[in-house]
Write a protein that binds this ligand. Structure first.
Ligand code: GZL
Length: 320
């Protein structure tokens, strides 16, 4: 081998050794909450597909909605020495210790779709929607729809202590404040699931004169709304007309309900939080590029005027 060839080979070996990780060599641990809703299932499938497209080795852990399982999974990822960790934190509190352990192991963490009550220096970035805005958009739709008509609202809250449940409630209340004709008469958690949403709505209907006194149902996600719609129909009520139905996520089944005249409004939440997360992690691991701390995804209102059949057809194949 000529001297020149040897020099070129040595240079390429030196570069390869000095070049930090590229996305293709990233191993990422993902602590996912569970599969409580259609949206969550879509987020999981989109995350796996985004990882595959980037050649990322994804270690997936489903916590079945239990924070202790998430903490255990994160400790496992740290022990494995992954390059980075994604976490969708089921509730806002109780993360300081495990996030500190990840930081001390020099493993960057990106939060997906929910937030934590912990110091911002314990995670590299958060990819989530503006959940207060989602609640405000839902509330504003109701204000615009009922005008000055008396409207008693029942509310199905998300998982107790989760940032979407806290923030979506806050945003909705902000939107209806100053409209004394719109009041939240009953509010209870349905834990983001269809079955619990149906069960809680059955209780609301019983407590409110067979549902005749209820003007609107606001659910923090579409899955609880779909469960509530079933409860209304079982009670001989017409969801979407006797009782307005407004919720959040924009999953296919809420568009199917709109086509059937049984739902009135939803606020979109993209299931692709992982794409932006992988991008900031690749840049950070490559050369230490620090991303924006909070990457905010869009929140768009959809109603039956927005081609619900087309929206259903488009979304159905996305892993919901
Ligand atoms: C919100 C996300 C919520 C979805 C629900 O960002 O955390 O969790 O709205 C899911 O469908 O259960």
């Amino acid at each position: 081998m000529s001297i020149l060839a040897r020099l070129a080979l040595a240079a390429s070996i030196a570069t390869a050794l000095s070049t930090p990780l590229l996305a293709a060599e990233m191993t990422v641990g993902f602590s996912q909450i569970g599969s409580e809703s259609g949206w969550r299932a879509a987020e999981t499938s989109v995350t796996k597909q985004q990882a595959e497209e980037r050649g990322i080795d994804l270690k997936f852990a489903d916590a079945q909605q239990k924070q202790e399982n998430q903490i255990k999974a994160i400790r496992g990822f740290i022990a494995q020495g992954v390059d980075a960790i994604l976490v969708a934190p089921v509730v806002a509190t109780g993360w300081d210790d495990v996030l500190t352990e990840a930081k001390e192991a020099d493993i960057p963490v990106v939060l997906l779709d929910r937030g934590v009550d912990a110091s911002e220096d314990l995670y590299l970035a958060s990819v989530a929607s503006d959940q207060v805005k989602e609640g405000r958009v839902a509330g504003q739709w109701l204000v615009d729809t009922v005008g000055d008509k008396e409207c008693k609202v029942v509310e199905l809250q998300g998982t107790v202590g989760s940032t979407p449940a806290i923030n979506r409630k806050k945003g909705f209340e902000e939107a209806i404040a100053g409209h004394a004709n719109i009041t939240i008469a009953r509010s209870q958690t349905g834990d983001f699931t269809r079955s619990k949403g149906k069960e809680v709505m059955e209780g609301f209907i019983k407590a409110e004169n067979g549902g005749k006194d209820i003007c609107a149902m606001y659910a923090h996600n579409d899955d609880m709304a779909v469960g509530a719609i079933q409860a209304m129909k079982d009670a001989g009520l017409k969801p979407g007309s006797d009782i307005y139905v407004v919720s959040i996520d924009a999953v296919p089944d809420i568009f199917a309900a709109m086509v059937a005249g049984e739902a009135n409004a939803t606020v979109e939440l993209t299931p692709n939080m992982a794409g932006p997360a992988f991008d900031v992690l690749a840049a950070y691991l490559k050369d230490g590029t620090k991303p924006e701390k909070f990457i905010i995804t869009e929140s768009k209102l959809y109603t039956p005027a927005d081609n619900p059949q087309g929206e259903y057809d488009t979304r159905k194949g996305l892993g919901y």
